[in-house]
Write a protein that binds this ligand. Structure first.
Ligand SMILES: NC(=O)c1ccc[n+]([C@@H]2O[C@H](COP(=O)([O-])OP(=O)(O)OC[C@H]3O[C@@H](n4cnc5c(N)ncnc54)[C@H](O)[C@@H]3O)[C@@H](O)[C@H]2O)c1
Length: 419
């Protein structure tokens, strides 16, 4: 029997989306080009943090199945594309996965189908990239024969308060009728839908959301650099400023930004703007500041190592938390990698502790992992708190024997240095 919904790309976005749809009673199938993903899910194994094995098993019991066979697209009422949108080696938008997915849909598209792009991309992707591929490959017309929509994903990995159901979702269509069909689809498992004027507005809104974080993190990072240079306590500055009940949204400085979205999405905006003869000055400035933060952490750590040991060569450094976000297992684009590489280059003996990252490689080589936090802290000359996972209790870290560089401004203690 044909699925009501086929989700293309069963990763951090597609798998939770499939779970939400299955819970709402939609007959759902997942299509992914990765054998590993398909085989794992078919055996009830989740590869995505926040979706447990038991939940995958419950999805399978409810009729969900994962496959790498595009025939699953035959007869689907709705197809949602959740494939990666990364960067090329030159740092430009890489839409190859979106293009391949659109071609696979086009080959099996039937009149009346709703196709939704959820992958983040620059304004114009749905209309100028996906639409022509679907129309050329199928001989059908968007808005006339089938419905085409864009609806960006706002999933926040690790966030149990804001879920797919209760997070407002932006929906847009190539025509008003396309948008109407997309609204009817998402209303089955999302409480509040916000209809954008068109697909470009929805695409731009998603980029604005992530660029807003990017630019504001860069701003507090630069304020932190200035405060360090001039002997001002940045953490007290932030505490004071955050007391303003209106007109100020707090952001925290840190070792840099990571993950699949925040460092990547602004590049989509900047590259698109450049191709249209527009220069985003704030993005260039933010990128410059953010790219300096891991090296700033390395410099601060080397100063501390020199104070503690006289020189960094052979000094034992323990990195605490290498994922890009607290309490998630994702190390994509994490600034911890640049920090580790800088310390290794200075001759330090670097290891890491992170309950979420069972392995962590630098230039293809695994960094030694410490299992026991207390033992590892006892053996280190300097520990660097990079990610404030809930397991890193402030009191225990503050009382540790080794010197601690805290890049998150959380820990108090006689041997603690704040970023
Ligand atoms: N991860 C997040 O928190 C998040 C949040 C909002 C938006 N997004 C956006 O959602 C999109 C997907 O991100 P993700 O984090 O889920 O990526 P991911 O890498 O976790 O998963 C993508 C999946 O798509 C599969 N895939 C690749 N090409 C395919 C193809 N042609 N057909 C079918 N499957 C294919 C991959 O094998 C992989 O399993 C991206 O555009 C991303 O920017 C991600």
């Amino acid at each position: 029997m044909a699925a009501e919904l086929v989700v293309m790309g069963l990763g951090h976005v597609g798998l939770p989306l499939s779970r939400a749809a299955v819970s709402a009673g939609l007959t759902t199938a997942g299509y992914d080009v990765s054998d590993t993903v398909v085989n794992g899910l078919s055996k009830g194994r989740s590869h995505v943090g926040g979706v447990g094995d038991a939940e995958v098993t419950a999805m399978l019991d409810a009729g969900f199945h994962a496959t790498d066979d595009p025939a699953v697209l035959d007869g689907a009422q709705t197809v949602v594309i959740c494939v990666p949108t990364g960067l090329t080696e030159k740092g430009l938008p890489d839409l190859s996965a979106v293009e391949h997915a659109a071609e696979a849909v086009a080959a099996r598209l039937r009149p009346g189908t709703l196709v939704v792009l959820e992958s983040t991309s620059y304004p114009g992707t749905t209309e100028d990239v996906v639409r022509p591929l679907l129309e050329r490959g199928s001989g059908l017309r968007a808005g006339e024969d089938f419905h085409l929509a864009f609806s960006p994903q706002r999933i926040d990995p690790g966030n149990t308060t804001w879920t797919i159901r209760n997070t407002p979702k932006i929906v847009s269509g190539c025509t008003a009728l396309c948008a109407k069909h997309a609204v009817a689809f998402y209303a089955r498992f999302v409480d509040h839908l916000v209809v954008a004027r068109g697909t470009r507005e929805a695409e731009m809104a998603k980029l604005l959301e992530n660029t807003y974080r990017y630019v504001n993190i860069a701003l507090v990072d630069e304020v932190a650099l200035f405060c360090h240079k001039t002997g001002i306590d940045i953490w007290d500055v932030l505490h004071c400023a955050a007391s303003k009940p209106f007109g100020f949204a707090p952001f925290s400085p840190g070792p840099g930004v990571g993950g699949h979205c925040i460092p990547v999405d602004p590049r989509y905006l900047a590259a698109r703007a450049e191709s249209q003869g527009f220069t985003f000055r704030t993005l260039a400035a933010a990128q410059d500041v953010l790219s300096r933060m891991p090296d700033h952490v390395v410099d601060r750590a080397l100063t501390l190592l020199t104070e503690v040991r006289g020189h960094p060569e052979g000094a034992r450094v323990l990195l605490l938390g290498v994922t890009y976000k607290p309490d998630v297992a994702d190390v994509r684009e994490t600034p911890a990698r640049q920090v580790a590489a800088g310390l290794l280059a200075a001759g330090a003996d670097v290891r890491y502790h992170d309950p979420y990252a069972t392995e962590f490689t630098i230039d293809g080589r695994p960094l030694p992992r410490a299992e026991h936090l207390q033992d590892a802290m006892a053996q280190a000359d300097v520990a660097i708190l990079l990610q404030d996972h809930a397991c890193y209790a402030r009191e225990a870290l503050g009382q540790a024997r080794c010197a601690l560089l805290d890049t998150r401004g959380n820990v108090v203690g006689s041997r603690v240095t704040l970023l």
